[in-house]
Design a protein around this ligand. Structure first.
Ligand code: G4P
Length: 295
């Protein structure tokens, strides 16, 4: 789902979120493991103030394992319980229940001291569009879970899914807006295919990807598109990325009628292959690049 965020829409989403958050003990925030900085909502700390917190680094199957570990460590340092998952794969969700208990330990102990036993933890899933919220809820809750009835105060239409004796999940995820203020964020969101309204055209976007890959994963382009692509990237003169794109076009026979290279088609192909994980597990953002920024 792609949502065009405009101020009115954001105000509405914020209001809904504030109301729903009042009803829960735990906020489960999903981010895209390839771009955990750009896929986080800038106001989440304020919105979820006072609640137990968890971060799920989703689509970890597409991200660089080492980079994901770095992010998980960073979030843990910030007292956010982090778990790397592939929401489509139930096996990867096994650790989530344990992390929920850990994240809500204080609350559970507080309840116990007050003599409140076995009150389930109430949680809601939040995140920007396309990070995998619905996929996660479906996989995590599974078919076996009965929905409990509507409860007063819950945004109309929202229901609680009783996962087990200890956990209830709001069945509708909270949709949050991404950061807007940084150009890089838009580029990274566009690269993973999260936004429709491209802030850059595909050719420019593909060139940005080629540059990131050249810096971080120099083996990827030559491995997939041949050594000529590598030679092109070393050509210099500021046109390296375009030269690589031309090699991709040649290698994949992206040709126009007269035999000319079809660069836009090559750009679209490269982006599709990246998004589909065909270039391997690639992270566009590393925690160490954001330590300073996030302090
Ligand atoms: P949202 O509710 O946050 O908007 O996201 P949603 O669950 O709709 O997921 C968006 C897309 O991301 C879906 O693909 C979904 O299959 C995919 N996805 C979710 N989690 C993961 C994951 O951990 N790994 C990978 N590789 N993909 C994931 P789609 O192409 O939009 O739909 P479909 O082709 O799966 O139907």
């Amino acid at each position: 789902m792609n949502i065009q965020w405009y101020p009115g829409h954001m105000t509405k989403a914020r209001r809904a979120m504030k109301e729903d958050i009042k009803l829960v003990d735990l906020v489960i925030e999903l981010v895209d493991a390839r771009i955990p900085y750009s896929s986080r909502n800038p106001d989440i700390d304020e919105l979820a103030a006072g609640k137990a917190r968890m971060i799920l680094l989703n689509k970890a199957d597409l991200a660089d394992e080492e980079a994901v570990r770095g992010w998980a460590a960073l979030f843990e340092e910030k007292k956010l319980h982090a778990v790397c998952i592939d929401a489509r794969n139930k096996g990867s969700l096994k650790q989530v229940q344990g992390a929920v208990a850990q994240a809500c330990k204080e609350k559970t102990e507080r309840d116990r001291r007050r003599g409140i036993m076995n009150r389930p933890i109430r949680a809601m899933v939040v995140g920007i569009p396309n990070v995998g919220k619905s996929t996660f809820i479906n996989s995590f809750a599974g078919k076996a879970c009965a929905k409990t009835g509507n409860k007063p105060g819950v945004t109309k239409g929202n229901q609680w899914i009783r996962l087990n004796k200890t956990l209830e999940l709001l069945d509708t995820p909270g949709i949050l807006w991404p950061r807007f203020e940084e150009e890089m964020v838009g580029v990274h969101l566009a690269l993973i295919g999260s936004i429709n309204d491209q802030i850059l055209d595909k050719e420019e976007l593909a060139c940005r990807l080629i540059n990131i890959l050249g810096e971080r994963y120099p083996e990827v382009i030559p491995q997939r598109y041949g050594s000529e692509a590598q030679a092109a990237s070393a050509a210099g003169g500021g046109q390296e990325a375009l030269a690589v794109l031309a090699e991709v076009a040649r290698k994949r026979a992206c040709l126009l009628k007269g035999g000319e290279l079809d660069i836009p088609r090559a750009a679209a192909l490269l982006l599709d292959e990246f998004r589909g994980g065909k270039l391997g597990r690639i992270s566009l953002e590393r925690a160490e690049d954001f330590y300073e920024r996030r302090k």
